[in-house]
Design a protein. Structure first.
Length: 256
């Protein structure tokens, strides 16, 4: 009886998912995997924290910079950029730094400090990159928010940061969601499998601050996630009466 019930539950769930998949994708369930192999080639995960371009990186709120003035430590120090895009600089006051790259800021500081120091030598270092973020969600090793160390980051590099797609990922159906300042949303489809394992860089789009890379799961993965708790519940429910019955039988036998 238990096996028959499990069988009909499985048939019902399969039917529901086949109908929903056909409605969403307009394709047959047989091609849900897009000819994607069940096993993925191994890819060595290389730390991607060094993907940065400090010379062209544009400063913004929450970044932290270090200013060094040669032979004048009184003008040197570490300064966080506040929400208004300014730093509170010694002897000068608030200085607007948002929208400037490293070289632009050095030139601006040189002109300011020249009022106090003859021929100042200035070096600016970005210590913390926190003004630009991207979001990687779905079937990846480490979904979440990632800070950018450059103005853009390729999809392949972003996936390396997130620990690569999981076995349950529908890698040919990923998409990049890009909101603009007016609240409109632009969506681009990304064939992540071709980028990672096929060497096709046509889909290796450049992600910009605020972009979301979504890696969906396959229909089969959804199906398994639904079936597992159902079968576990059925097994537990069917097992309780049997245990109770056997307990009663043992008690009756001992009573005799």
């Amino acid at each position: 009886m238990e096996r028959i019930f499990k069988f009909w539950v499985l048939i019902l769930v399969l039917f529901i998912f086949s109908v929903s998949a056909h409605a969403e994708n307009g394709t047959e369930v047989a091609v849900l995997e897009d000819s994607q192999p069940q096993t993925q080639p191994e890819v060595q995960i290389v730390p991607s924290v060094n993907y940065e371009d400090p010379l062209r990186y544009v400063l913004g709120p929450d970044d932290v910079i270090q200013i060094d003035v040669m032979r004048h430590p009184e003008f040197s120090g570490v300064y966080p950029v506040n929400l208004e895009g300014k730093i509170q600089y010694k002897f000068v006051g608030d200085i607007e730094v948002a929208g400037l790259n490293k070289k632009d800021l050095e030139d601006k500081l040189r002109n300011i400090i020249a009022n106090f120091v003859v021929s100042p030598e200035i070096n600016v270092t970005v210590l913390e990159y926190k003004s630009k973020v991207i979001y990687i969600l779905g079937e990846v090793g480490q979904p979440g928010k990632y800070y950018m160390r450059s103005e853009t980051i390729p999809v392949r590099e972003a996936l390396m940061l997130a620990g690569l797609p999981l076995q349950s990922a529908a890698m040919r159906k990923c998409r990049i969601i890009s909101p603009d300042e007016k609240g409109r949303v632009k969506t681009r489809k990304v064939d992540v499998y071709s980028v990672l394992y096929g060497g096709d860089l046509r889909y290796n789009y450049e992600m910009r601050p605020g972009d979301v890379l979504y890696v969906p799961c396959t229909v089969m993965a959804k199906l398994i996630r639904v079936i597992n708790p159902v079968t576990a519940t059925v097994s537990g429910t069917a097992g309780v009466p049997a245990g109770v019955a056997s307990g009663k039988t043992s008690a009756a036998t001992l009573a005799k």
